[in-house]
Design a protein around this ligand. Sequence first.
Ligand code: 5GP
Ligand code: ZN
Length: 114
Amino acid sequence: MTDCLFCKIIAGQIPGAIVYQNERLVAFKDIKAQAPMHVLIVPRRHIASLNALQSGDDGLVGEMVRRAAALASEAGYAERGYRTVFNCNADAGQTVFHIHLHVLAGRTLTWPPG
Ligand code: 5GP
Ligand code: ZN
């Protein structure tokens, strides 16, 4: 989608600190990190929100979650722990309408979230 911020990062049209990519996914550092590790994992294909997911996307979403675990583990946070978050629509605070899995680690994260 031409006016989507994350599609532009995926296409290399605007810079992103990419930490992992393959044929289906790109992971890059959040520009406003909320923890020492704050990475966003996004599918290359534009999907606006979790509400737009279809059954054919189950493998893609599973790969996003498994990549989150791998990136957290590679950064040394497997044992300490980390948080993964998908925000969906206004009440959850979604601001970029291209699905992304937040991966946060490196500090004690409070619960419940705000
Ligand atoms: P949401 O609020 O939609 O769940 O998360 C969007 C995230 O994208 C936010 O954490 C925000 O800091 C991040 N973000 C917004 N603009 C940019 C940008 O231009 N580059 C990067 N790397 N992250 C961004
Ligand atoms: Zn997009």
